[in-house]
Each structure stands twice: as C-alpha cells, then as structure tokens.
Design a protein around this ligand. Structure first.
Ligand code: FAD
Length: 377
C-alpha cells in the first residue's frame, strides 16, 4: 500500500512525485514509456515554468535564450527584440528525463514501460492496474497527459470545442542557418488556424515547426500543416506528429474523493499560446501537497482544497488566456494592426511570457483602446 500512485511521468507527474517524495510520502510513479521518450512539443519553456522549479535549470538543457518574436499575419511581419529573456527552448525528451531524475532523487519508486490501464476508487483506497499487476494506494494522481481516457471518469469528456489539435515536426538545420533565419526569436504565424497559430521555433540543430487550432475548426490538420511547411520553405519529407491540447480553464471537476488530475489531464493549458508545461509543474506540486495535507487531516475536502490551490496559483491566467484568444481570433486584422502600429501593445504582449505582466493586465489595457481601432479598420 503506497501513500500515492502517480500515473504519467511528464512534467506534471514528475513534479508531483518530487514534491511528495520531499515530504516523505511513499510514492509509486508509473509511465507507459521508457525514458528518455519523445513528446510532441514546441519546446518553449516560459519564465513562469522556470520559476516553478525548486532547482536551477542546467545551462546544458537550455538550447536558446529567447529574447524576441517575429509575428506574421498573411504576408506581413513584425520583429521585436527585448533586453530580457522571454523563455528558453529545449528538447522535451531531455527535459522530461531530467525532471524524472529530479523526482527519483527524493527516493520515490519509478516504473517505466508499464501502462496504467484502469483504476478503482474505494472508500479506503484506490486500486490501480498497470501491466498485469494491481497496485494499491491511498490516493492517485492522474498525470497521463491529454490523450488518456481515464481522466474522463473524473472530469467528463470534452467536446471538440474544448480542445485543440496540433501537428508538429522537427526539421534538422545547421545552427548557422537557424541563427540567420531567426536568431533568438520565436516566429508565430496568426491567421493559420482559428483559436491557434503556426510556429517556427529555433533549437540546437533543428527547428520545431507546427500548427495548432481548435479541433472543431481545424478539420484537416495534416493538410494545413503541409501547406504551412511549404509556404515557409520547408519542402522535404518530414515525420508529422499529431496531438491534442486541452483548454478552457478550471471549469470542470479536477478531483474526486481519492483521485486528482494534474497537467494536461486536468486541462491546464493556456488557451492563447498552448503553453502547458508551467501549469503541469505547478499543478503536480499542488496535487502532491493536497494529498500530504489529506493524509494529515482526514476531514480535509481533497477536491475543494486542490481546486482552491490551483485557482489561487493560475486560475486567472487560464481564464484570461481564453478571453484573450477569443478577442484575438474574433478580430485578427485589428489585433495584428495594433501589434504592428503600437509598440506599447507589443511590449505589453511580450511581458506575459516573460512574467512581467498578466493576461488580465493586458486585457485591462486593451479594452478601452479597442473601439477606436475597430473603427479605424
Ligand atoms: C504540439 C504541441 C506543442 C506544444 N508546445 C508547448 C510549448 O512550446 N511550451 C509549453 O509550455 N507547452 C507546450 N505544449 C503543451 C505541453 O506539451 C503540455 O502542456 C505538457 O506536456 C503537459 O505535461 P503533462 O505532464 O500533463 O503531460 P505529458 O507531458 O503529456 O506527460 C504525460 C505522460 O503520461 C504518460 N502516459 C500516458 N498515458 C499513460 C498511461 N495510461 N499509463 C502510464 N503513463 C501514461 C506519457 O507517456 C507521458 O510521459 C505543447 C503541446 C503540443 C501537443
């Protein structure tokens, strides 16, 4: 009997395991894959995500320190560079493997290459079946990403307007060519997909290129991706990988009496940028702290307490990122013109990933200025 079983060793699961391990809980962390494993991702790690780590991020993992953005809409482009870091790019297989090692440092048990197939919640414990074994624990954290179905038993199933679809590929390139094309800037293409965008991110020896948008509208993501690649001069044959991205904020149940969802399994992704690593790390830590509190105080309302913690730490960011996405995608022309013509807007916009501002402050700044811009189009 473990205190806690965690399904999934991505950023959410490994962060939960490390937090629980540090508090002395008896933890079993299970992942279906053997590490290091591939994870479809742009590999942008925000300042927020870095701030949530309780250890320094090794220089060797950071591929590029991003200080600028190139924003494209149709044939037009704006370049902006800052004197501070907006985020870093990294390769997920390396980063996630590193987070798993940091969890193992705390003495947690880890099983990889074994899929969690089912769980049963009883009044006193949870039974988890993985491979051909049954494990028992007092609590379970489901941190198995956006595509596992087990989470639906806690939060219900999302409709096509509640998640995005992405297609991503990694394109090898000489560092010199990457430097000439992008330097330390992220390239973002608006107008490619509704409630989404296309991206070209510089890495060490490759570009991450992808598109993402709301599933309801991006009906043929592969075709849109092939078109996007061609328009941007990538004419080779590439391995394309599809994946889901949930969004919508903390509006669905994220825990039952013994099971907590964290990271993508809980739908914790920024609806505007698709960023989810930060919220995976923080929600994993929150889930572990809530379980530790519950083990101390049997009367604690586990689900209520966990939800409160997550709302306190990033509820507003998820909520206002959705509002921002809706504003931007309702008036893309106005939005792009504002970015192109008002330095103060682009500055405010870039403050969000750099953690110098929030979506809430950006929207408060934007609202009184919008009518004038709408009239000028
Ligand atoms: C194309 C794309 C680009 C993205 N780009 C960015 C970006 O640049 N920056 C950013 O911050 N976010 C980005 N995201 C979002 C980010 O990848 C996720 O929000 C983040 O990985 C969530 O972490 P997680 O730990 O919840 O889930 P995951 O990282 O998905 O980890 C889940 C783990 O669970 C394991 N698992 C799944 N099912 C089972 C099972 N049944 N049993 C056991 N183990 C299981 C998987 O093997 C995996 O290791 C992107 C997402 C996509 C799809």
């Amino acid at each position: 009997m473990f205190d806690l079983i965690i399904a999934g060793a991505g950023p959410a699961g490994s962060s939960a395991a490390r937090e629980a391990g540090k508090m002395g809980l008896d933890v079993l962390l299970i992942d279906k894959d053997r590490f290091p494993r591939y994870k479809p991702c742009g590999g942008g790690l925000s300042e927020r995500a870095i701030s949530y780590l309780d250890f320094p991020l090794p220089e060797s993992i950071c591929e590029r320190k991003i200080t600028g953005a190139r924003i494209r809409f149709g044939d037009r482009a704006i370049d902006r560079h800052k004197d501070y870091r907006l985020n870093v790019t990294l390769t997920r297989s390396i980063f996630d493997n590193f987070l798993l090692r940091k969890a193992q440092e705390t003495g947690v048990h880890v099983i990889t290459g074994q899929k969690v197939l089912d769980f049963r919640e009883y009044s006193e414990n949870v039974e988890v079946s993985a491979g051909n074994k049954i494990y028992r624990s007092k609590h379970l954290i489901l941190a198995a990403g956006s595509q596992n179905k087990l989470k639906d038993r806690v939060m219900g199933r999302d409709g096509k307007d509640r998640y995005g679809v992405c297609v991503v590929t990694e394109i090898p390139a000489e560092n010199e060519a990457i430097e000439t094309r992008l330097g330390n800037a992220l390239e973002i293409h608006f107008g490619v997909a509704r409630m989404g965008y296309g991206w070209i991110f510089p890495h060490e020896g490759y570009y991450s290129v992808g598109i993402g948008g709301v599933a309801k509208d991006l009906t043929n993501p592969r075709r849109s991706m092939i078109e996007f690649l061609r328009k941007n001069g990538f004419t080779g044959s590439y391995k394309l990988r599809g994946h889901m991205i949930p969004f919508g904020g903390i509006t669905r149940p994220i825990a039952s009496s013994r099971v907590l969802l964290s990271g993508d399994s809980a739908g914790f992704v920024d609806s505007f940028t698709g960023e989810g690593i930060a919220y995976a790390i923080k929600s994993g830590q929150n889930a572990a702290q809530t379980v530790a509190d519950k083990l101390e105080d049997g009367d604690l309302d586990l689900a209520g307490s966990y939800q409160q913690r997550c709302k306190r730490d990033f509820g507003d960011d998820l909520k206002y990122s959705l509002i921002m996405a809706k504003i931007m995608h309702s008036w893309p022309e106005m939005f792009f013109r504002m970015l192109a013509t008002r330095d103060d807007f682009l500055d405010k916009f870039l403050e969000v990933p750099a953690m110098k501002g929030t979506y809430k402050s950006l929207i408060r700044w934007l609202m009184p200025r919008m009518p004038g811009y709408l009239l000028s189009i």
